[in-house]
Design a protein around this ligand. Structure first.
Ligand SMILES: *[C@@H]1O[C@H](CO)[C@@H](O)[C@H](O)[C@H]1NC(C)=O
Ligand SMILES: *[C@@H]1O[C@H](CO)[C@@H](O)[C@H](O)[C@H]1NC(C)=O
Ligand SMILES: *[C@@H]1O[C@H](CO)[C@@H](O)[C@H](O)[C@H]1NC(C)=O
Ligand SMILES: *[C@@H]1O[C@H](CO)[C@@H](O)[C@H](O)[C@H]1NC(C)=O
Ligand SMILES: *[C@@H]1O[C@H](CO)[C@@H](O)[C@H](O)[C@H]1NC(C)=O
Ligand SMILES: *[C@@H]1O[C@H](CO)[C@@H](O)[C@H](O)[C@H]1NC(C)=O
Ligand SMILES: *[C@@H]1O[C@H](CO)[C@@H](O)[C@H](O)[C@H]1NC(C)=O
Length: 898
């Protein structure tokens, strides 16, 4: 215990301010806030806050001055203030008093106070102890928490589980006196998980262990069997829902990280989980149990024959859990009437965010196909989890799943209750992908049936049917195109459904068909009709579905070149909307995005619109940049959301892609390079999506426009590119890095980088040859292309030093081989051969590298431009080439050469 004592007067003063800070009067509150801010600079401020939180109940002066409820609220406020101050600037204060006394707050009988104390303790660990592990108070505090928990103090184990959630990995390190807390944590938690006196303590102890399992810490691994045996004991006897929730989570964790440990016990575990799902109604628990089934089905370590025996038990259960629950059914039944004319309220519109997956980042192709676009609820729940499980199970054991499911489905497809029909259609959609081959016989009767359901009187049934039919799109488009028109026409009609939720599902479904179709089929069969329908939709839709419509229009534009008809039918709506929206309306984002696809698709036909569209996008971009700059010195300026910058950059880029060199005069009128100033500011932005879009624009400018233009700001751009390569190591931000590397390639192909080439090549090579971290494939591929492009003017810099080793050539060949864009691939290999042509032949290339080279260059590369270099290279390596075991394709390729 620390000997610090508060000054009575100061204490009362602070308490009064805290009471004011909770006052209903706005004025008193904001005055109080100001005073509190000024107190922050007092060195003992945190001591006072801690004292009020923890010891107020024994302070006679305070108890006399305040009513119990006021005192309690004031303590809570002090606690939250304490937490925030530690979070913001713990370094400014001496924390001794807090560290020694805070734990007493856990004894408070008032749960609000003990809870807030827990939050403060958690914050101490996340900010202070995590860095100052040698401070022996850290370990002491952990021991105290464990000790208290073992005496039945629930607040302390809750605090501990919060601490572990944020910091578990740090407990594997050494703290004071070389102690690794993980060992005694595991030891104590194993016994706490069976603590008889309190289910909360058992549940929280398991929750703590759940943060340890993924770390695979040695101190846990050696005790894993003990943990399992405790777990199974609880599974048999403990009916508490909190305990069971944590139990299910443990099982999911173990399955992911130590499936070997569970293999012998799977039968019992699956039975346990099924039992919960069959008998419990509480969805927070059944969802965790459902998660186990999903993990069980998805785990690649679990052999099919282990899953197979459970199919007959699992499938009916999953099907039953896919039915909307009573509450949802009531909501749907109360809201089935048509609402197409009802205006959308702004708050109903989900925050739209600009699509950020565009451009040169081939790495992230995860087209997040929403499992259930048809659902009103956007949250993950048991229904969706069950559908996902059914989907996965069908893909591994299609025959068994279908034969288990079909009797139910057949019976339920024409059930009287709409929610049974609905769930059945959901199930069919979920099984579509995995069961496609086995469905084939049923589908010719099933599809017309589903199409009929698009007319169901119940909106949720129509909605799910739109979704389910889209799931059959690959089947229809591969071998069963006779179904295309019979299916897509009714879906197109559903675009005009009188229920907005159905419109939404229909438009998403149409978008899937557009994505899945070959462009030829879209052009010949669907294009005109889609345009006509979209035209109608533009007149019919309310705000929210319009946003989704923009997306579908954008996809169509991406798929096939827009023509005069599109200009007549679609553009007026977009331009009309575009003119009616203010520059700061968020609805502009999807519209800008859509226009950028259309501009790219219409190409020169967009020319007449281009000046207006461009000048607006440019204006928005300039406004954002100006406000952003101004806000640096004046924090009161409200900065517009970054999506305005991103989407206007993307639209400008769309114009450049569509109009090519024709847009140069637009962006750089009479050679005015203001655009570059703005771009340079965007490249400084801390948000990687802004940089991502700006680097994409930079690359296209380098590609399409006169090289003299970029040359005026070359040094600056190269500096930002270097910075990006050197300092962006955030996985999330990889697209921005990719675009930076890509644009560097295009620039160095157009402009002789002369004196900068040495530094830049070093940066690129350092990134490329770094074997100390795992670098995303897309980044490595972009680096490989950029090395090739840099060699266009300067092959010589790659002929000695880091790149001139067999292992790096081999690495290069591995990544270049996988390039998908033929133009990039050709540029890459062309450059590589220039390097090889100049490289001293005394550096040997291994036969495996030569083989990789031949593998890569024999597929999808236009070799004419560098045929001489290629011949010379193959000649120089001919003795090795002769001894390679080549595939027929590769032999054919080499024969062509000679
Ligand atoms: C308050 O007083 C009680 C009774 O003397 C004592 O048990 C408790 O530890 C005190 N609380 C604090 C936070 O000092
Ligand atoms: C405090 O209570 C909230 C709400 O019940 C809970 O979410 C949180 O985990 C608790 N925090 C601690 C540290 O006990
Ligand atoms: C805690 O760690 C920080 C950063 O390592 C250091 O600056 C500070 O002096 C340490 N504080 C104490 C009390 O050890
Ligand atoms: C270049 O264009 C910007 C606006 O886009 C304008 O403010 C600036 O004065 C122009 N500079 C020159 C030299 O014309
Ligand atoms: C590439 O070369 C560097 C420098 O010679 C070397 O350290 C590195 O290990 C090589 N990279 C690979 C992938 O072999
Ligand atoms: C190239 O693609 C193949 C096949 O998809 C894959 O196995 C290989 O790992 C890829 N190589 C690299 C370097 O990513
Ligand atoms: C380099 O290429 C030229 C033709 O482009 C060829 O004549 C010469 O032999 C090549 N040199 C080497 C070392 O491959």
């Amino acid at each position: 215990m620390s000997t610090w004592n508060p000054n009575g007067q100061s204490l009362i003063q602070l308490v009064n301010v805290l009471v004011d800070s909770l006052s209903p009067s706005h004025e008193r509150r904001s005055n109080a806030m100001e005073v509190l801010e000024s107190f922050k600079f007092q060195p003992e401020f945190l001591n006072y806050l801690c004292y009020i939180l923890v010891e107020a109940e024994n302070d006679t002066q305070l108890c006399r001055n305040l009513a119990p409820i006021d005192l309690q609220n004031c303590r809570a406020a002090a606690g939250m203030y304490l937490k925030n101050s530690i979070l913001q600037d713990s370094k400014e204060y001496n924390l001794d008093y807090v560290k020694h006394n805070i734990i007493q707050g856990l004894f408070s009988p008032i749960s609000l106070i003990s809870n807030i104390t827990g939050i403060v303790i958690t914050t101490l660990f996340s900010t202070y102890y995590r860095q100052n592990r040698s401070d022996c108070n850290g370990i002491q505090m952990i021991s105290q928490l464990l000790e208290l928990a073992s005496q039945g103090n629930e607040a302390s184990i809750k605090a501990l589980s919060k601490i572990m959630e944020d910091n578990a990995q740090f407990f594997q390190l050494e703290w004071s006196n070389s102690i690794k807390p993980m060992e005694f944590l595991v030891n104590n938690l194993l016994s706490l998980m069976t603590y008889e006196g309190s289910a909360v303590i058992r549940a929280e102890a398991i929750k703590c262990i759940n943060t340890i399992i993924p770390l695979q810490a040695q101190s846990f691994v050696v005790r894993a069997d003990e943990f399992l045996s405790n777990l199974f004991g609880l599974a048999q006897h403990d009916e508490d829902r909190l305990v069971r929730i944590q139990l299910c989570i443990s099982l999911v964790n173990l399955l992911e990280f130590r499936p070997d440990k569970l293999l012998d016990h799977l039968n019992g575990i699956v039975q346990f989980v099924l039992h919960i799902m069959n008998t419990v109604t509480d969805e927070s628990l059944t969802l965790e149990a459902g998660e186990f089934l999903l993990a069980f089905a998805s785990n690649s370590h679990i052999p099919e024959n282990v899953i197979k025996p459970f199919i007959n038990d699992i499938i009916p259960l999953l099907l039953s859990k896919m039915v909307y629950n009573e509450e949802d059914v009531m909501i749907f039944e109360a809201s089935n009437e048509n609402d197409a004319d009802l205006e959308d309220k702004d708050e109903d519109i989900r925050p739209v965010s600009a699509k950020l997956s565009k451009k040169r980042d081939d790495g992230n192709l995860d087209d997040d196909e929403d499992e259930d676009d048809g659902d009103v609820d956007t949250q993950w729940n048991l229904r969706k989890c069950s559908a996902a499980t059914l989907d996965v199970l069908t893909s591994i054991l299609p025959r068994d799943v279908l034969s288990a499911a079909f009797p139910f489905l057949r019976e339920h497809l024409s059930a009287n209750q709409w929610f049974i029909r609905e769930a059945t259609i959901l199930a069919l959609g979920a099984m579509a992908e995995g069961g496609m081959k086995y469905f084939t016989e049923q589908l010719p009767t099933l599809i017309p049936f589903l199409v009929e359901e698009l007319k169901d009187e119940w909106a949720p049934v129509r909605t799910i049917t739109c979704w389910a039919l889209a799931r059959f799109a690959p089947w229809i488009l591969q071998d069963n195109t006779q179904f295309l028109i019979p299916v897509i026409e009714p879906i197109m009609n559903a675009l005009m459904d009188k229920k907005k939720s159905v419109q939404e599902a229909a438009i998403s479904s149409v978008a899937v068909f557009i994505e899945t179709c070959d462009s030829e089929i879209v052009e010949t069969l669907l294009y005109n009709e889609l345009l006509a329908k979209f035209n109608q939709c533009f007149q019919f839709y309310q705000k929210k579905n319009l946003i989704i419509l923009y997306d579908a229009v954008g996809r169509l534009a991406e798929k096939c070149e827009f023509d005069e008809t599109a200009m007549e039918l679609i553009l007026p709506h977009l331009i009309g909307k575009w003119t009616s929206l203010a520059d700061n309306d968020k609805e502009l984002w999807p519209l800008l995005e859509c226009l950028s696809y259309i501009a790219a698709s219409l190409g020169e036909k967009f020319l007449p619109m281009a000046p207006d569209v461009y000048s607006r996008a440019w204006r928005i971009l300039c406004q954002c940049v100006e406000l952003e700059e101004a806000s640096q010195s004046n924090p009161n300026i409200e900065v517009p959301e970054k999506d305005f910058m991103i989407t206007s950059l993307d639209l400008i880029d769309g114009l450049v892609q569509g109009l090519g060199s024709n847009s140069q005069e637009l962006l750089f009128p009479k050679g005015n390079t203001s655009m570059f100033h703005v771009m340079l500011i965007c490249l400084r932005d801390s948000l990687h999506e802004v940089r991502q879009s700006c680097f994409a624009l930079l690359g296209d400018i380098a590609y399409f426009f006169q090289p003299q233009l970029i040359a005026t700001h070359l040094v600056d751009f190269l500096r930002y590119i270097s910075n990006e390569i050197l300092h962006n190591d955030d996985n999330e931000a990889a697209p921005s890095l990719n675009n930076a590397i890509w644009s560097l390639g295009l620039i160095s192909e157009k402009i002789d980088l002369a004196e900068y080439i040495i530094d830049l090549s070093r940066i690129v090579l350092d990134a490329f040859t770094d074997t100390t971290k795992v670098i995303q494939t897309s980044i490595m591929e972009n680096l490989a292309v950029t090395i090739g492009r840099m060699a266009h003017f300067h092959p010589e810099i790659f002929t000695s030093g880091a790149f001139a080793t067999d292992s790096n050539w081999s690495r290069w060949c591995e990544h270049a081989a996988n390039l998908s864009d033929p133009e990039e691939k050709a540029a890459a290999y062309g450059g590589f051969l220039k390097i090889m042509n100049l490289t001293d032949t005394s550096i040997p290339m291994s036969s495996s590298t030569i083989h990789k080279f031949i593998q890569g260059i024999s597929r999808d590369v236009e070799i004419i431009p560098f045929l001489d270099d290629l011949r010379a290279f193959l000649m120089s390596q001919s003795s090795t080439v002769q001894n390679l075991k080549l595939s027929e394709e590769e032999i054919f390729f080499l024969q062509q050469m000679s």
